[in-house]
Design a protein. Sequence first.
Length: 75
Amino acid sequence: MILAPDGHPVRSNPYPYILEHRLVMEQHLGRYLEPDEVVHHIDGNPSNNAIENLRLCKNQAEHISNGHPHHGESV
C-alpha cells in the first residue's frame, strides 16, 4: 500500500492508502480505476507491479476466470 496522491478518490477507507498495483495501472491508463475493476498479476506474484505483469479485469468474475485462485483452487 502507498499513500494516495492528493485528490485521488479513496473508497470507504479511513486512511488515504491505495494498493500500488492499482496506482501503476491508473498511471498507465491515464485515469482512475472504477471500484469494480481488478488488477491481475499475470505471474501470480503480488510484489511484481511492473506494468508488463499487470492486466486490468472489469470485475472479480473476470479476474477469477483468468486463473486467480478462488477459495484455494483455480477456477
